[in-house]
Design a protein around this ligand. Structure first.
Ligand SMILES: *Cc1c(COP(=O)(O)O)cnc(C)c1O
Length: 363
């Protein structure tokens, strides 16, 4: 525990934020950079806020290396609204291929079905989404407007380590739970979106990175203005009042990531943290991971003891040790440790030490 008596928070989201970011937000809370105002009280049309949102975009572009022909948007409505915005904006032929590797991809697939002929190009539902299917040669519809994936499956703890062969179609990725955990080659995608409450910031902000040639004026007449990517792009995310304070916190996180050494460095640190936990799971006689080894996520690590009773006891005792939110998603049970960018290595070490102790006492 740190000087603030903070616990180690393994929540899948809203999730842990860097202490340094929270300290800066605290220091700037009442009077942001001598403006006499809190960021929460500012006009989103003011010069000072314009600097905040422009710096956020500039830093994000620099961190990821986003090419000039992609727009960066800060939107609202959660990842869930992207499940609708993607098909509404991207369907032209009315056909898309979805790869269903978990609950979030399935929800996106079901939502898209309201707007067109949506194919399930592959799924891993046969084994409770515990692996990423081989997507090297899928039967992609020649008329498909895009191919959709959920790149890191927050609930199941799987991750695409190789992107699917989209057969030249636009690739769309829900990156909510792995965004900024490692370098991203944006040129491989037409559109990437991420709800920031997993790895980047507070709930309420949605980052969308979209290739300019996907922005359209000819959307269906019934498309609400607020659901048009083009409207938001033309207005630099200021068409209406944006989630201004949330974007400010994101900008502090982008700055923090730059200071950590960028995304290559974050990947190294995240690999190191994940290895500590997976190595322990692979050798434990009590706990075991639930995911196929070559599909493992660095961000969300699900595991079980094999006994619901022991799982419950573990979660309870861990909580008493300041290791919180280790309960698995309500649809899968067991445990899940989310170890996003802001989880310090000490937190993972503390978790493994506690697991070792629990194993000795309960085996
Ligand atoms: C959490 C999550 C969502 C849902 O996000 P909301 O902001 O609650 O809409 C969607 N996709 C992934 C991968 C997630 O982790």
């Amino acid at each position: 525990m740190d000087k603030y008596n903070r616990v180690y928070n393994f929540s899948a989201g809203p999730a842990v934020l860097p202490v340094e970011v929270l300290e800066t937000a605290r220091d700037e809370m009442l009077n942001y950079k001598n403006s006499g105002l809190s960021v929460m009280e500012m006009s989103h049309r003011s010069k000072i806020y314009d600097d905040i949102i422009k710096t956020a975009e500039k830093d994000l572009r620099e961190l990821v290396g986003i090419p000039d022909n992609y727009k960066v948007l800060f939107l609202q409505g959660g990842a869930h609204l992207q499940f609708s915005m993607v098909p509404i904006n991207l369907l032209k032929n009315g056909i898309a291929d979805y790869i269903v590797t978990g609950q979030w991809a399935k929800k996106a697939y079901n939502e898209a079905k309201k707007y067109g002929k949506i194919n399930k190009a592959a799924t891993s539902e046969d084994k409770n989404f515990s692996y990423i299917p081989d997507c090297s040669n899928l039967d992609i519809d020649p008329q498909a407007d895009y191919v959709y994936i959920c790149e890191n499956n927050t609930i199941y703890g799987t991750k695409f380590h190789t992107l699917p062969n989209a057969k030249g179609k636009t690739l769309v990725s829900d990156m909510s739970s792995c965004f900024l955990s490692e370098p991203i080659d944006i040129t491989k995608y037409g559109l990437v979106f991420a709800g920031v409450q997993k790895n980047v910031g507070p709930a309420g902000v949605q980052v969308v990175i979209i290739k300019e040639d996907l922005l359209r004026d000819d959307l269906p007449h019934w498309c609400p203005t607020m659901l048009s990517y083009k409207i938001h792009a033309d207005n630099n995310s200021l068409y209406n009042t944006p989630p201004a304070y949330g974007i400010y916190i994101c900008s502090l996180v982008f700055d923090w990531l730059k200071k950590q050494g960028g995304l290559k460095k974050m990947k190294e640190i995240n690999e190191k943290k994940a290895k500590i936990l997976y190595d322990y799971l692979d050798n434990s006689k009590l706990f075991k991971g639930t995911v196929e080894k070559n599909s493992r996520s660095m961000m969300n690590v699900p595991f079980i003891t094999g006994s619901d009773e022991l799982d419950k006891k573990f979660i309870e005792e861990a909580k008493n040790q300041g290791l919180i939110q280790l309960k698995g998603h309500r649809t899968v049970s067991g445990m899940r440790a989310s170890i996003y960018n802001a989880m310090p290595i000490e937190g993972v070490v503390a978790l493994v030490e506690f697991m070792e102790k629990f194993e000795q006492e309960n085996l």
